[in-house]
Design a protein around this ligand. Structure first.
Ligand code: NAD
Ligand code: UDP
Length: 322
């Protein structure tokens, strides 16, 4: 869409959403950010709040909303296992009812909607890397199910809105993403390890740390979201967006220790139930449809993220740990 379009970004005060708002505003668009602040932070969007082309609609995405927009990015949902398991019923409500509301707005306003799904819909995958055609291996009654099954149902609703009402939908399955503004205390592995490394606290490897993840830098991910939105209406996805550089969690810990110069010890904590053992996106489809591939390796993205978390930990370097 050319400059001057009106976008709704649900979850716009969150980690990924705030970077997306920056990208859209930077391209000359108007943005309405719908966010109740559950896991997002005002600090992420403070620099946008006084702008005439940015509005913050502080409300729950599970309550209906109607705003005049040209396109919708629907990201509102807690994403960290620690956060989404705090109130699992609320998480399922957000994933399902929030998506229903975003789809209703897309239907009534006849505008495209991009849905932020997740690699979690593959569960603890039996195939590696995971292509979009893989249906997944999810425990429907476990502690991660509120998120995994919530997002699977969100995908179901999305494709039914497409088939039943002709809504232009775009589903992206986001793999582990990291970068500046990831919340210091949100419990995900990158922020946990960096905080622990910076403060000298033991670095908590869950299990032996042999499980793998593939970490995508946030600027790469946002580029993928923008390219997906720009595709023709027939391009619905789902499309995997992630960095195929697969690392073990132990290797990530060592990498962060190295980058921070930390001597924090590694300790083994129990592996959480249903923790996926391997995760790596097959991005063949994104390469073909979007001409997209990540450009920022961990070795470049981690130092920038560490600098941001250092600032979150002790603003203006006010503490001796910094
Ligand atoms: P985040 O927690 O930083 O951001 C989520 C935002 O949604 C927050 O600002 C939060 O306040 C808001 N929110 C949550 N529940 C809400 C509700 N009921 N009503 C209104 N706002 C609500 O997480 P993130 O990492 O930026 O993730 C954004 C989206 O991307 C999520 O949908 C997530 O499932 C998806 N995703 C992220 C990753 C990742 O690695 N970061 C991976 C896969 C999928
Ligand atoms: N993990 C860990 N220590 C931590 C936090 C997470 O070893 O302090 C592991 C976790 O068990 C998982 C991986 O790191 O295997 C990624 O966890 P995260 O919570 O970031 O996201 P997930 O990919 O599981 O949704």
């Amino acid at each position: 869409m050319s400059g001057g379009a009106r976008y709704l970004v649900t979850g716009g005060a969150g980690f990924i959403g705030s970077h997306l708002c920056d990208r859209l505003i930077g391209a000359g668009h108007r943005v309405i950010c719908l966010d109740n602040g559950l896991t997002g932070r005002e600090q992420n969007i403070r620099h946008l709040l006084s702008r005439p082309d940015f509005d913050w609609l502080k409300q729950d995405v599970t309550a209906p909303f109607d705003v005049p927009v040209d396109a919708i990015y629907h990201l509102a949902c807690p994403a960290s296992p620690l956060q989404y398991q705090r109130d699992p019923v609320a998480t399922t409500r957000t994933a399902v009812l929030g998506t229903l509301n975003a789809l209703e707005l897309a239907r009534t306003r006849q505008v495209p909607v991009l849905i932020a799904s997740t690699s979690e819909i593959y569960g603890d995958p039996a195939v590696n890397p995971q292509p979009e055609a893989y249906w997944g291996h999810v425990n429907p009654i476990g502690p991660r199910a509120c998120y995994d099954e919530g997002k699977r149902c969100a995908e179901t609703l999305t494709f039914d809105y497409h088939r039943q009402y002709g809504v232009a939908v775009k589903v992206v399955r986001i793999f582990n993403t990291y970068g500046p503004r990831i919340h210091l205390d949100d419990g995900r592995v990158v922020s946990n390890f960096i905080r622990q490394a910076l403060t000298g606290a033991p670095i908590t490897l869950f299990g032996a740390g042999a499980q793998t993840r593939s970490f995508c830098y946030v600027d790469d991910l946002v580029e993928g979201l923008i390219r997906m939105m720009a595709t023709p209406p027939a391009c619905t996805g789902p499309v995997n967006l992630g960095n195929p550089e697969e690392v073990s969690i132990r290797a990530l810990a060592e990498h962060i220790r190295h980058c921070t110069g930390s001597r924090a010890p590694l300790v083994n904590d129990p592996l959480p139930q249903d923790d996926p053992q391997r995760r790596k996106p097959d991005i063949t489809l994104a390469q073909r449809l979007l001409n997209w591939a990540p450009t920022v390796p961990l070795a470049e993205g981690l130092p920038v993220t560490i600098a941001d978390l250092r600032e979150q930990l002790c603003p203006n370097h006010s503490d001796s740990v910094c």
